[in-house]
Design a protein around this ligand. Structure first.
Ligand SMILES: [Zn+2]
Length: 290
């Protein structure tokens, strides 16, 4: 089957036609972002614009070439980053298929999570747009999911990694020392927010739901959390497949249960499992139907 749902900002397509004994099904989220240039006032080349924290920052006017290049770049960067990184595991034996109708063997594909990004210039009628500024050289800027900067596609230092070290002289006293700096392309982090993800520590004791989830502590209470894409680093974690897990519920054939996530191509197991083939980068287990 090949079924598609279209919403305002995203299309969701499930394709099981591509399944073979060595190929999983594909669930593709196609995100459509209408982008709106923000330029200095009165047609000037230099000016200022507010960042995500309301601070005035130096910006410059977009040129048609640089705008075109920016739009191309963010697709080139974001698609491979988000696509084919997660697999939803077929624990409940949905979507059985047989190579021949008379064959006793059924195959159960897992679901590969694919991502496409389509950008276009915003139209006046668009209910929601993402505003994009072009920063003056050296200007800082805090982005959010509706406000990007041209620099968001480049790695930038985001936060310090720290370690608690006991004082060599004062018993019972310890100091926090810097052990490095984490960098991140904010474009990828903001797409995480668009895919309805919160900061890594949201919902923990130090960053509870209902509090301001943009406080520094919400970007990670320890180094492991800070390395997350939804902290200050670029590591993808299984919980980042949330949008695909939710999207799969659009298809009644997938059942109501949550499909667990793996970040390596999976090798499913089952008591009836007789062989597991891992070929061509895709795996499907082979079962004997009784
Ligand atoms: Zn954020």
């Amino acid at each position: 089957m090949r079924k598609r749902f279209t919403f305002q900002a995203v299309d969701v397509e499930l394709n099981t036609d591509c399944c073979s004994p060595h190929t999983n099904a594909e669930l593709t989220l196609t995100l459509r972002l209408p982008l709106q240039q923000i330029n200095p006032k009165f047609g000037a080349f230099n000016g200022t614009g507010n960042d995500g924290k309301g601070k005035e920052r130096e910006i410059v006017k977009w040129s048609p070439d640089i705008w075109r290049e920016y739009k191309k770049d963010i697709v080139r960067i974001a698609e491979p980053f988000w696509s084919r990184k997660f697999w939803l595991i077929n624990e409940n034996y949905k979507f059985p298929f047989k190579l021949n109708p008379g064959s006793p063997d059924a195959y159960y594909p897992n679901i590969e999570c694919c991502f496409k990004l389509v950008v276009r210039d915003a139209l006046p009628a668009d209910p929601l747009t993402i505003k994009v500024v072009r920063l003056a050289p050296g200007a800082k800027f805090v982005e959010h999911k509706m406000l990007f900067s041209d620099q968001g596609r480049f790695m930038e230092p985001k936060m310090h990694l720290t370690k608690s070290v006991p004082d060599p002289v004062l018993h019972g006293v310890s100091w926090t020392v810097d052990t490095g700096i984490l960098s991140q392309r904010s474009l990828l982090h903001e797409i995480g927010h668009i895919l309805v993800l919160s900061h890594v520590a949201a919902g923990t004791r130090l960053c509870p739901w209902g509090s301001d989830l943009n406080r520094v502590i919400c970007y990670g209470t320890n180094d492991y959390e800070k390395h997350s894409l939804m902290g200050g680093g670029e590591e993808l974690r299984p919980e980042h497949a949330y949008a695909w897990q939710q999207a799969l519920h659009l298809f009644p054939e997938a059942g109501e249960e949550d499909w667990p996530v793996e970040m390596k191509r999976p090798s499913p197991k089952h008591p009836m499992l007789i062989t597991s083939s891992v070929q061509g980068g895709c795996e499907v287990s082979r079962f004997v139907s009784k």
